[in-house]
Write a protein that binds this ligand. Structure first.
Ligand code: PLP
Length: 370
């Protein structure tokens, strides 16, 4: 593949001396679980997001679980979310015995439609879980108004949007709790699985701290039943090195997005929603191919050695495990149309100009073969 969808090797080659150094320091310290490397990352991450508390956890999925467990969400409860997201969003709700209540997306942003959120609230609703898909913040001001009116917490699934902002606020600082993933394809890529939860609420933070460590508030004392949802010290130490570079990486993604936007200007191709008040993290640069030719474009790119991927080919309400919810094709038309038309193309900090030119030339050639 001459232009991969993502390649972290250049990033890691540049950082290798620092990564090696911190690896040695963690190994020499012998503190692999909890301890100072984790605490340092948590303080650094809380400051970055703009919240009082950040708690490292084992993955983005576990961030969602810990947040919902701390809010007491369980069987019989409903959580409103989007069907156009990675499985973990709704999977975590269902794993706690609660019901994911899907509402459709806005076709231009792919994010949850606030008006439909309000219409879906019942007396069993316990939380609203918007997803900042592909790195674009949801309409958090509108969602915040609805949440306050109905006294519901917002759990931000910020897994794909670490670093993104809505006006001056980072994602993960606008709801009751923010949930992050450091999976290697994310904007802040770990060297393995990892995640974090963020909040300004002292009591909720304490519960989440206990829950990620079996529910213990002190050694061998368990006020809550939690699990092993800890972030390794090694992982936290690596992330501490990468975090100061994140805004620069996002700016590189944004510059590439701008180039794509100009290059695709005259092509029959939908490009991502851009708004002045939204600082897009471009975890994915996702184009939209109308008229049923998305898969042909994908094959054409592959033939030219260019990586691309469909995030997500099937909305969650149509997944077999959610059959019991009673949805069918047509239930959420905007999510279904998006699933049939989206294609994510290479956009990552280390993508070279030559590589991006290849992607642009290949896409232009698809639409204008002459
Ligand atoms: C929107 C969304 N939510 C949750 C997750 C889960 O994160 P993780 O893979 O770290 O468990 C992901 C990432 O894969 C995601 O994209």
């Amino acid at each position: 593949m001459s232009v991969p969808l993502l390649d972290l090797s250049a990033q890691h080659a540049a950082l290798m001396p620092k990564l090696r150094d911190v690896f040695e320091r963690v190994v020499e310290s012998g503190q692999f679980i909890m301890g100072p490397f984790l605490e340092q990352f948590e303080q650094q991450f809380a400051k970055f997001v703009g919240v009082k508390h950040a708690i490292g956890v084992s993955s983005g999925t576990d961030a969602l679980l810990v947040a919902m467990m701390a809010l007491g969400i369980g069987p019989g409860d409903e959580v409103i979310t989007t069907p156009f997201t990675f499985f973990a969003t709704a999977g975590s709700i269902a794993r706690l015995g609660a019901k994911p209540v899907f509402v459709d997306i806005l076709p231009r942003t792919y994010n949850i439609d606030p008006e439909q959120v309000e219409a879906a609230i019942t007396d069993r609703t316990r939380a609203i879980m918007p997803v900042h898909l592909f790195g674009l913040s949801c309409r958090m001001i509108d969602l915040g108004k609805i949440a306050r009116k109905h006294n519901l917490p917002i759990i931000e699934d910020a897994a794909q949007a670490c670093g993104a902002r809505h006006k001056s606020k980072r994602v993960g600082s606008m709801g009751k709790v923010g949930c992050f993933s450091f999976y290697p394809t994310k904007t802040l890529p770990g060297l393995g699985d990892g995640g974090a939860v963020t909040t300004d609420d002292d009591e909720l933070a304490a519960r989440m701290r206990y829950l990620r460590n079996h529910g213990a508030d002190k050694p061998e004392h368990f006020p809550l039943v939690g699990g092993n949802f800890r972030l390794d010290a090694l992982q936290a130490a690596m992330l501490s090195i990468k975090l100061p570079l994140l805004d620069g990486w996002i700016e590189q993604r944004q510059a590439q997005a701008e180039r794509y936007e100009h290059a695709f200007d005259e092509l029959p191709l939908g490009t991502p929603f851009i708004a002045e008040d939204r600082y897009h993290a471009f975890n994915q640069y996702t184009v939209r191919v109308h008229g049923g030719s998305r898969d042909k474009l994908r094959d054409h790119l592959a033939a030219d050695g260019i990586g691309s991927r469909v995030y997500y080919p099937s909305p969650l309400h149509l997944q077999p495990c959610f059959k019991n919810l009673g949805h069918r094709p047509g239930s959420f038309p905007h999510a279904e149309e998006a699933a049939a038309e989206v294609l994510s193309i290479p956009c990552f900090p280390e993508l070279t100009r030559d590589q991006q030119d290849q992607v642009i030339a290949s896409i232009r050639h698809f639409f204008r073969p002459e």
